[in-house]
Design a protein around this ligand. Sequence first.
Ligand SMILES: [Zn+2]
Length: 217
Amino acid sequence: MKLVLLGPPGAGKGTQAKRLEELRGLKQLSTGDMLRAAAAAGTPLGLQAKQVMEAGQLVRDDLMVALIEERIAQADCAKGFILDGFPRTVQQAEALDAMLAASGRGGIDLVIELAVDEPALIERIAGRYSCAKCGAGYHDKFKQPKVPGVCDRCGSTEFVRRPDDRAEAVAVRLEAYRKQTAPILPYYRARGLLRSVDGMAPPEEVAAAIDKLLDEA
Ligand SMILES: [Zn+2]
């Protein structure tokens, strides 16, 4: 199974990918992890990538595709893989398809998009805060402490919010994601590979919907 998983930050993509790794043996391959691993392993491609990254430049598509080719040939990808963060442009999608075809693997089998309602997702993320002392997690709307202002677990009255969780910061990340993925959605839709799952549903429902799509594919 050669899967591309798309979803904005906060949509639970990591949770779903981890589950597919454990249950189906599909290896999650994120661009950043692949680059770091190849650089650390010191393969010729890895060293090239390392130079490019150290120079603060973007890794070229052909180099990234070559790294993916090297990576998916490894034993832990025998049952398949989940690409996360690649492709992001039509050129990358085409290069990926060309490489898979040339290596006799056939193309991508399925592209699953975790679709979100942006205002609801912003509310979900921006409402999060946690106890400064014990780290217990709370939410303005969905999970307040039983006694207002007092941590259920440790009794502390100090709480913290991550700057990354501010509504404006979340909105910026969502917009960046939309811009990045917008070009490749039509590419995969035109090939009949794109499926959408409601990413706002509870994680176990999202998992069930993904399972159904994988079983049908
Ligand atoms: Zn606490």
